[in-house]
Design a protein around this ligand. Structure first.
Ligand code: 26V
Length: 817
């Protein structure tokens, strides 16, 4: 078979022929969308070859496989990423250049796959890249949402949510597999009885049955044949299951199931639908695993030896009772054997300690929607109770129980039913063990471990910042693309004035690209010679975007009042989506936008500062925003941010962390040293102390700090809005509800940290050196390192075996061991 990607000429011919076949047009006459679709399908078809070899090798060598169950995969665009990983980017670019077409323009036609809310979903996407690039058999399991997370527009200074129609042009990467559908059953009644041998039998009469139909996307590793699968389940009607006279109701229920990503893990409405979504992709995913296992092995006894399932937070935790159900009811396992298999197979990652974000479902909801699953959960709880009593920890059972307060506690179910529980940064894992899950950690210390998050440096550095990548290659070669720890080689050159200058020019290039975007999209001119200070992440009170904008407000007010007070010119960038039902978060966005309007239109102050709110934060925006930053704002209240992952992306692109000792910031400073970051604010222990003594008094801070008091007054004295009540929620949150996230307590330290950063920036060589050190030390935060740790310490995965001939066939070189 001829490889159409072997050279530009061959590819050009393949492309033009395919455009004619598909659309009946010459390439020159084809619409850009048609060209894009054809290019995408040629790439996808080519991946079919490596896909086939990967599946074959896994089956032949009985390679252990991982299934990463996640409600969210924030993949972003895949075209260029795939071309780069396949090693054919240059061929395709040349072919398109010859045809008078810019590859970049075609890329732009691809919609972001925004199937997620934030860090948790993007982490899953980074993990897929690392799994494939490290030759590990790791597949994703998720839902094919027809609409991604809402698109954010700012209208009348406020967030407005619009649908994200990411499938408008279809999805060139997916392969529809209707032959692999699965029936998923909900509701109804269960007649159960025990026979004379104590075996359970049941007749289940569900009230709602839907077919789950998979769409598979190939996930290709960097310069290797390994091609894994991201399986997205769509819901389709089951013709047999419509109740008489209820056709419309049925069709609507099927359609709703996979309509959209939940924009919030905390709102009340749509709870039942969310639970349905969770069981839907769990049931389908488990069924697929069992079927695929039984194609290779005669028994399920060795399921846990050959399969690992990782639960990305508790959203897929129903895997535990579902796998129990299948093993016992469909394959005749007794409880104990089934339980051992389940526990050996399943591992759980916790991503938050915020108690309002820990999943709990009303018991009646679970019982009504999933009667058999609920029964199994009750039995898990019953046996767990006896287990705890027998180990003399009965006094702490209440902390650990699954069923309490009329609710099902999903995190407890996850810990009880898995063999590994991990947090996502060292400090977070410590808090889990010492505080949130202390009873569990006392009962099962060996079950708890830490896996500090990472991000794929191939997307967040190599692909999104080609300017920096070529500079790095010039100094340390290209080994770091496969071995990110080699970035450390840059340490040898950080004092080199030539490199420092070259790097500052690269940064300037990236700032110009961002400035152009801001000009084109928002019509605002920003000065690329100012400090670019960036905070981009979901809007949550604990992340303290409010503290950031209040600091900006204080500078503005002081400059207006005092003609001698001037600051280092800075552009403050914000990007953040708020959950549609999260009123305080939305009000904070409004405040940022209103402050921006005032500051940017003030002829005097705007020479020293501008504020830019970039709407619709997404993977593609992150790709141009993060690498343009000088300063990375990571200012959550200590103890609240489990890890953070943008902090790592900023670091890889040289930005200096201005942050609290929270999440992975702690490990970032461990890597770069305190002298190459700016750490401020109260630490976890100090905050604990203040809370213990109940000594936090916002009014005494207000009364003793005129500068801060002026900022707080400005919330309701019509400085930023003609309506004095516009920011009532914010004022109340700070001053009447005692500022839960200690914004006032950290405010002065934060302002001081800013002053120090500004002074630092004025020393160009020192600044450049610190930035280079951040890049050199960022290898640790590659998801390659994280995935290796998961693979070795939790999953027990071995590499997929390919022969040297297979490598050669696809044009790759096998690395020496
Ligand atoms: C948190 C909260 C807190 C307040 C109310 C509503 C709400 C809803 C969701 C969440 C977060 C849920 C889990 C999550 O997305 N965690 C994030 O996981 C990232 C990847 O591990 C990590 O970097 C972030 O620190 C963590 O917040």
């Amino acid at each position: 078979m001829k490889n159409i990607f072997s050279d530009a000429q061959t590819f050009k011919e393949a492309l033009t022929t395919e455009v004619a076949h598909r659309f009946g047009r010459d390439f020159e006459d084809a619409y850009p969308e048609e060209r894009y679709l054809v290019l995408g399908s040629l790439i996808r078809d080519q991946l079919g070859n490596t896909w086939k070899e990967t599946k074959k090798s896994v089956a032949e060598h009985h390679t252990k496989q991982l299934y990463y169950f996640s409600m969210e995969f924030l993949m972003g665009r895949l075209m260029t990423n795939n071309l780069m990983n396949m090693g054919v980017y240059d061929v395709v670019k040349e072919a398109l250049d010859d045809l008078g077409m810019d590859l970049h323009n075609l890329e732009e036609l691809e919609a972001d796959a925004g199937l997620g809310n934030g860090g948790l979903g993007r982490l899953a996407a980074c993990f897929l890249d690392s799994l494939a690039s490290l030759n590990l058999a790791g597949n994703g399991n998720c839902i094919r949402y027809r609409y991604g997370l809402f698109k954010q527009e700012i209208i009348n200074d406020q967030q407005v949510e619009k649908p994200d129609c990411w499938l408008r042009l279809g999805n060139v990467w997916e392969v529809w597999k209707p032959q692999h559908d699965v029936r998923v059953k909900f509701g109804g009644t269960l007649d159960a009885y025990m026979d004379q041998f104590g075996k359970f039998h049941s007749n289940y009469h569900p009230s709602f049955v839907v077919r789950a139909v998979p769409y598979d996307e190939p996930i290709v590793g960097y310069h290797t044949p390994t091609t894994n699968t991201l399986r997205l389940w769509d819901a389709a009607v089951d013709e047999e299951s419509v109740q008489a006279g209820k056709l419309n109701e049925y069709l609507n229920a099927v359609s709703a199931l996979t309509a959209n990503v939940y924009p919030d893990d905390s709102t009340e409405e749509g709870k039942e639908l969310r639970l349905k979504q969770e069981y839907f992709f769990v049931c389908a995913g488990v069924d697929q695993i069992i079927r695929s296992h039984l194609r290779t092995y005669p028994t399920l006894d060795n399921l846990g030896e050959k399969t690992a399932i990782q639960l990305n937070d508790t959203h897929p935790v129903l895997v535990i009772p579902e796998l129990m159900r299948v093993l016992m009811d469909d394959y005749n396992y007794n409880w104990d054997d089934a339980w051992n298999i389940v526990r050996q197979t399943v591992a759980y990652t916790n991503h938050t300690i915020m108690s309002e974000a820990l999943e709990r479902w009303p018991q009646h909801l679970v019982r009504n929607l999933l009667p058999r699953i609920y029964m199994i959960i009750e039995e898990i709880e019953r046996r767990f109770y006896h287990y705890v009593q027998a180990r003399g920890m009965g006094n702490r059972f209440a902390e650990m129980s699954i069923l309490k307060d009329q609710q099902v506690h999903m995190a407890s179910l996850a810990v009880v039913g898995s063999h590994s529980v991990n947090g996502v940064a060292a400090i977070h894992s410590e808090i889990l063990v010492n505080d949130v899950m202390n009873a569990f950690a006392t009962l099962w210390p060996e079950r708890f471990n830490n896996k500090t998050n990472g991000v794929t440096h191939r997307r967040w550095l190599v692909y999104s910042n080609p300017q920096l990548t070529s500079l790095l290659k010039e100094y340390i070669g290209d080994g770091f693309i496969r071995h990110p720890e080699q970035l450390e080689k840059l340490m040898e050159y950080v004092d080199d004035p030539t490199l420092q200058e070259k790097f500052m020019n690269v940064k300037l290039e990236r700032k110009k690209i961002l400035a152009k975007y801001v000009h084109d999209e928002l019509g605002i001119d920003v000065d690329v010679n100012t400090v670019f200070d960036v905070q981009c992440k979901r809007l949550h009170a604990y992340k303290r975007q409010l503290m950031n904008i209040m600091h900006v407000m204080s500078l503005y007010l002081r400059m207006k009042q005092d003609p001698n007070f001037r600051v280092q010119p800075t552009t403050y960038f914000f990007a953040a989506k708020a959950a549609p039902g999260y009123a305080l978060a939305k009000e904070i966005i409004k405040l940022i936008v209103k402050v921006a309007n005032r500051v940017n239109n003030d002829p005097l102050v705007s020479r020293y500062m501008k504020v830019i709110f970039i709407p619709n934060y997404s993977v593609s925006i992150a790709e141009i925003l993060i690498n343009a930053a000088d300063v990375s704002e990571q200012i959550s209240m200590a103890g609240k941010e489990a890890s953070g992952t943008s902090n790592m992306k900023f670091m890889m692109n040289g930005a200096l962390t201005l942050g609290t000792l929270d999440g992975a910031n702690v490990e970032i400073v461990e890597q770069v040293g305190y002298e190459n970051a700016k750490i401020f604010g109260l630490r976890v222990e100090e905050l604990e102390e203040i809370k213990r003594h109940n000594s936090y008094d916002v009014w005494s801070i207000y009364n003793s700090n005129p500068n801060l008091a002026r900022v707080i007054d400005s919330l309701h004295d019509c400085t930023w809005s003609s309506n004095p009540n516009e920011f009532q929620l914010i004022f109340n949150d700070l001053m009447l509800h005692r500022d839960e996230f200690f914004v006032l307590a950290d405010f002065d330290a934060y302002a001081q940290a800013h002053r120090e950063v500004s002074a630092w920036y004025q020393n160009r060589p020192a600044w450049a050196r610190a930035m280079l050190i951040n890049i050199a030390k960022s290898g640790y935060f590659s998801s390659d390192r994280t995935i290796r740790q998961y693979a070795n310490e939790i999953w027990g995965l071995d590499e997929i075996q390919f022969t040297p001939e297979q490598y050669e066939k696809f044009g790759f070189e096998k690395e020496a061991e």
